[in-house]
Write a protein that binds this ligand. Sequence first.
Ligand code: DX5
Ligand code: ZN
Length: 227
Amino acid sequence: MAKKKTEGILSGSILDVPFYKIPEKIKLAEEHGLRVIHLDIMDGVFAPQISFGLNFARQLREITNADLEAHLMVVNPENLVNRISDKLFSRIFFHYEATMYPIRLIESIKRNGIEVGIAINPSTPIQSIEYLLSEVDAVLVMLVEPGFGGQKMITSMIRKIEQLRLLKEHLGYDFVIACDGGIKIENAEQLITKGANELIVGTGIFNSPRFPRVVSEFLDLLRKYYS
Ligand code: DX5
Ligand code: ZN
């Protein structure tokens, strides 16, 4: 990804895009400026659905130049991470709740030259991951419970974004504050003003009646705060 961590990032989540439409939708979104594709990898255990795996990600790599970021919603993320030795992903988010040894996992992702992000469920407070903030490139605040696209944002989660921004300023750390779930063009600005600099958006992009130009609308909004 190799971007300044204070840059505004829009990441398109394709979880709810029908498979046969994925190439066409990605192409249109890229034409409107989308540079990051978010892949929700779920195992049916940590999160209720089974979505895509590494083979699918490798196929996707063939059809787009966008950065791919993985959001692992799986138990034992170590097993999957050990099978990713190439530069398939620019960044891997794993869930704090899914591993007993987050520091080891962070180190093994970094060893592969991949950016590492830690994701937290709505039930996990920021305090739980405070000790990891110096080690990660990004933190993903889930605004919904993992598993499905198109859910409604839990607005009380916005406070966590603010808490993270304050910690980041106070401690002088440099990590991306990402948020995921229920983001639409109408509620995006409040997330940015609280401190989010990466918006992960699924149905708010790909199912929007204004697709694909809604991609430019999100990017304009991010540019307003992160030039
Ligand atoms: C939910 C996933 C999200 C999902 C977002 O578990 O992590 O990335 O695809 O979809 P929307 O933006 O529709 O909530
Ligand atoms: Zn996700």
